[in-house]
Design a binder for this molecule. Structure first.
Ligand SMILES: [Ca+2]
Ligand SMILES: [Ca+2]
Ligand SMILES: [Ca+2]
Ligand SMILES: [Ca+2]
Length: 475
């Protein structure tokens, strides 16, 4: 800068020119900031160029760009955070491929951008996983050695028409084979995962593959899952609207308001698959009948055999005592916490209706509590329970239900189950239930097993279909 005083005006003009040209044509790996000014699939000025060639940390898509049609996945391979400022565009593809893949666990912020595959296209009869992997909407793969918190924040974003998960954040060495629930395996990094959604709409995804969710977070190894959602929706998803799966040390925290989790979980379409169930689909045998596992084969030849679960119990002798086949349908919101750590969830003014399994399905096992609040929520017309909370191992169940509803569910309205060491304490106020599961004490069920105490307090509520307690004092 020793010449700065010599010709001030010329230097300033020169500087701004340099800045402008850096903006428009920064070489690979050099840019912090890139502008997308065309909807091309590749080349200078395209979104792909900004992400893959420039690896820009901040990307602005100009309003003059309308649609961005891509012929292959957009990859971001840098580890530094990525922010994409859309201005209402749609990133779309005619192929069965992941739209945006963040491969090195970078923090991700996206605003005002839509991601769309082939809408109303995939189903169990038109699968997306037979000739290669099924495409996702937004995928973030956490590094094996990552630490700290991986942050994914989406504002005014939609995802639709992809065969696999709409949004998938994977801290699991097994990637898509990670599995869900207590049976999930795989290793993970020490990192935690934080997901914040504002006005995010995930619709018509996960219809081309078994167990593909609207939002799926897999956390293995140390670390927590934080989920914050406002004014968002997860609808017509093949598997769960949202599944958060925390498998080892660490907790799940969910803070949800003004959001909708409805009409999810029917990839394994019972109307279609029931024809493949053995008849009878469940049976019990005496030991003398000497039934072996080979006599009860798993179902094969259906549109997707993964959909048909086979459960077999054995006598000590090895002969079959009982079997049951079922079709694996899914939930509105499914939180699974295993290993040490708690499941803490707050849901406010949200709806969880017409899902093909439970509406709310929260499972906690091993050390740690379930602490839930449902305020002004409704779970109506789900095939199984409206709200199901199940706690095992050390730890308590603490529930607050206020001005909530559960009507017309095929299972119970509310279920709170506490097993092993620990207490149950649930407070219900100004809440209504009716017509759940045959209306035989099915509005609220509270069960406390093994060591511990249970109390259920119900005030100023209309539980038309009754209350069932076991090991719990109704006060
Ligand atoms: Ca982790
Ligand atoms: Ca845990
Ligand atoms: Ca527990
Ligand atoms: Ca107990």
């Amino acid at each position: 800068m020793k010449n700065a005083g010599l010709n001030n005006r010329k230097t300033l003009a020169g500087a701004s020119l340099v800045a402008a040209s850096a903006l428009m044509s920064a070489p690979a790996h050099a840019a912090g900031f890139a502008v997308v000014f065309n909807g091309n699939d590749s080349g200078f000025g395209s979104l792909r160029f900004a992400l893959e060639n420039q690896q820009a940390s901040h990307v602005l898509i100009l309003p003059s760009v309308d649609e961005i049609n891509i012929g292959s996945t957009l990859n971001y391979d840098a580890t530094r955070s990525l922010t994409i400022f859309g201005t209402g565009q749609t990133v779309t593809t005619d192929l069965n491929t992941t739209l945006l893949s963040v491969n090195q666990g970078a923090d991700l912020r996206i605003s005002n951008l839509n991601f769309r595959g082939k809408t109303n296209f995939y189903s169990i009869e038109n699968r997306g996983d037979l000739e290669g992997p099924a495409g996702k909407g937004i995928f973030v793969d956490v590094r094996d050695d990552q630490t700290g918190v991986v942050e994914v924040e989406l504002f005014n974003v939609s995802v639709s028409g992809v065969a696999n998960h709409g949004i998938h954040i994977s801290d699991c060495s097994l990637a898509d084979e990670c599995g869900g629930g207590s049976g999930g395996g795989g290793e993970g990094s020490p990192a935690s995962i934080y997901v914040e959604l504002h006005n995010v709409h995930v619709n018509d995804v996960g219809q081309g593959k078994f167990d593909a969710d609207g939002l799926r977070v897999d956390d293995r190894g140390e670390g927590d899952i934080y989920f914050y959602a406002r004014h968002s929706s997860f609808t017509f998803v093949g598997a769960d609207g949202v599944e958060l799966d925390e498998g080892n040390a660490g907790s799940v925290y969910a803070d949800i308001a003004h959001s909708d989790f409805s009409n999810n979980g029917n990839y394994c379409d019972p109307a279609l698959l029931s024809a493949w169930l053995p008849s009878p689909d469940e049976a019990e045998f005496s030991e003398e009948e000497s039934i072996t596992l080979e006599m009860i084969p798993a179902v094969s030849g259906s549109p997707d055999d993964s959909c048909i679960e086979r459960e077999v119990d054995f006598y000590d002798s090895g002969f079959v005592e009982a079997y049951e086949f079922g079709i694996d349908v899914d939930d509105g919101i499914d939180l699974d916490e295993a290993g040490e750590g708690s499941l803490v969830a707050y849901m406010f003014k949200s709806s969880i209706n017409h899902n093909f399994d439970e509406g709310v399905d929260f499972d906690e096992e091993d050390g740690g509590d379930i602490e839930v609040s449902f305020i002004k929520t409704e779970a109506n017309g789900n095939t199984d329970d409206g709200y199901k909370m199940s706690e095992e191992g050390q730890g308590d169940v603490l529930g607050t239900v206020k001005r909530a509803q559960a009507f017309d569910n095929g299972g119970k309205g509310f279920v709170f189950e506490e097993a092993d060491d620990g207490d149950l304490s649930v407070n219900v106020k100004r809440t209504q239930t009716a017509n759940n599961d045959g209306s035989d004490d099915t509005g609220i069920e509270a069960v406390q097993e093994d060591q511990g105490m249970g109390t259920l307090k119900v005030r100023r509520s209309e539980i038309a279909d009754g209350i069932d307690t076991d090991g719990v004092d109704l006060i």
